[in-house]
Design a protein around this ligand. Sequence first.
Ligand code: CA
Length: 227
Amino acid sequence: MKILVVEDETKIGDYLRQGLSEAGFVTDLARTGLDGHHLAMTESYDLIILDVMLPDIDGWRILQSLHDAGKNVPVLFLTARDSVEDRVKGLELGADDYLVKPFAFAELLARVRTLLRRGATPVAETSLKVGDLSLDLVRRQARRGGRCIQLTAKEFSLLEFLMRHRGEVMPRSLIASQVWDMNFDSDTNVIDVAIRRLRAKIEEGFDSKLIHTVRGMGYMLDEPAQE
Ligand code: CA
């Protein structure tokens, strides 16, 4: 599997190339938009990871150009936090998925694997739904029963993670590594506190609970069982 990374920030580019190589992918790194564009048009890749903000030609023009040339390689684009317009624009231009910077490498790898499994089918997941709780992944908004819920960036990531794994018990250690990109060997209190805050926001004032504590194991998000 061959991946092209187009990223002008040296540190991020090196980090991605190294991480992806270690994960077993053949990885080319382009540090400018023009280089990236040239490689994308002339070489054959299974996936392109495309930074949007590039100093010469931006990610959008590269994406547009690939699209015009009929290249249907899956594209994962990297965007800045809080740039809703970017996310909407990228998906409209035919990108398959996006990641908001800064991101955890584990998350990037998970998205890469999903895209490669899916091939070039351009269906980006734009929302998640469990019961009356919905998460708009593009606008980064949570709603329950029609009511808008304000979440911090970390709470949003936590909720997204639990919703992507609905019905599965998630151990605290896994939540720590996937959502915080850290290992909490001894102190998983951080997770418990974050879960408590999230519960207060998505459960208080509603009839049913969505986040369930599985004693001695972790947390699980699912619709309440019907009585
Ligand atoms: Ca950049």
